[in-house]
Design a protein around this ligand. Structure first.
Ligand SMILES: *Cc1c(COP(=O)(O)O)cnc(C)c1O
Length: 377
């Protein structure tokens, strides 16, 4: 969404080079929409989506909690004003000394997906709350999270039993239905599994209290997406279906859905060319590519909307590529991207929906290109 404020900022400041501009008003509206859609769930913003201090400070002041994946992200959330009881260490892969450092900072909720990780936490953050992540199929997600995180629900029972035996608080179950999840029923399947874990442990006298329903809430790119309200309804129905009127405490961890539509990248056309005289396919090269922050175009998974000042002219598909000397730095080629035929060297383009997963993915200085600049307004 290119808001008036973003357009005004770009017109008056005229920043040179590619840059991301994030409109905090949109983030504020997203937070409010999540709160309304799921009033009973605590919101833990996934810091990795965009850790800009202005965003973290505003969310902290609005009462958000934070899902951190590293000690540095824990520290960022603390600096933004969150107290440690509002921070979850949600990465299932942690060095034991980082568990100890987070614990020393006051963090007392940790994600696990195996007994090996439980043992680190029992040693270095004794007495903490742990939740076990279960695998999901990722179906319906445009950026699925594969099998890297989580374990089978039957193993989650063993993991949580083990944490209980080691003096930790077996707090609950978590899952992530895959990022940019456009199917409303994805949460239903995962909540069924979560209920199974609750039941198996209740039979042994271990009472779980919490379900962390993860992120996955989408940003609108080229296709329409359901509203936050529709997600809220589908999730609440699934919760009621599987837990009846004995609802657990629930958490959501939106990342993309909180900041994706709040940001726009301003970029510039560096070159428009063809590969042979008789080749009709245009190649359009921008001053930003996979290494400048658009890493989620990997496998052409995320297709960003691109606006130009020539959008009233005729369009033709082209190959869209970044400026670096790595041949992998092509954004869209398998499925060429339609852009105005009149588009020319020096034109500015706006890449929308880029508030999440861009600045932190940009490389330090590949080919000497600076990391993506960011302005939060
Ligand atoms: C990345 C991540 C999120 C955020 O996911 P989105 O799809 O961006 O909402 C939430 N929880 C965990 C544990 C994550 O790793």
């Amino acid at each position: 969404m290119t808001t008036e404020r973003i357009i005004d900022f770009l017109n008056t400041r005229r920043p040179d080079g590619p840059c991301l501009v994030v409109d905090l008003d949109v983030v504020r509206d997203n937070f409010t929409a999540f709160k309304r859609a799921l009033p009973q769930s605590a919101i833990y913003y996934a810091v990795k989506a965009n850790p800009a201090p202005e965003i973290l400070r505003m969310l902290a002041s609005m009462g958000s909690n934070f899902d951190a994946a590293s000690v540095t992200e824990v520290e960022m959330a603390l600096e933004a004003g969150a107290t440690p009881d509002r921070i979850s260490f949600g990465n299932t892969i942690k060095k034991e000394r980082d568990v100890a450092r987070a614990h020393a900072l006051g963090v007392s909720m940790f994600a696990v997906d195996c007994v090996e990780e439980v043992e680190k936490i029992a040693r270095s953050a004794p007495g903490s709350q742990v939740f076990c992540r279960v695998l999901t199929d990722g179906e319906g997600a445009e950026w699925p999270l594969s099998r890297k995180f989580g374990c089978a629900p039957s193993m989650a029972v063993d993991v949580l039993r083990h944490s209980h035996a080691l003096g930790l608080e077996a707090h609950g179950v978590s899952f992530h239905v895959g990022s940019q999840q456009t199917q409303l029923n994805a949460w239903d399947r995962a909540l069924k599994d979560a209920r199974g874990v609750f039941d198996a442990l209740a039979g042994e006298g271990i009472i779980l209290k919490m379900v962390n329903m993860g992120g996955g809430f989408p940003t609108r790119y080229l296709k329409d997406i359901p509203t936050a309200e529709a997600y809220g309804q589908a999730i609440f129905q699934a919760l009621s279906k599987h837990f009846g009127n004995n609802l657990p405490h629930t958490i959501i961890e939106p990342g993309r859905g909180m900041v994706g539509n709040a940001g726009v990248i301003k970029a510039e056309v560096v070159l428009v060319s063809r590969k042979a005289d008789n080749d009709n396919l245009r190649w359009v090269y921008l001053d930003i590519g996979k290494f400048g922050g658009l890493a989620e175009t990997m496998d052409e998974a995320i297709r960003y909307p691109i606006r130009t000042s020539r959008d009233n002219d005729a369009f033709e598909p082209c190959v869209l590529a970044g400026p670096t000397c790595d041949s992998a730095d092509v954004l869209y080629e398998k499925k060429p991207y339609p852009l105005p035929i009149s588009l020319t060297i020096g034109d500015e383009v706006l890449i929308e929906g880029t508030g999440a997963y861009t600045t932190t993915y940009s490389s330090v200085a590949f080919n000497g290109f600076e990391p993506l600049k960011s302005y939060v307004i």
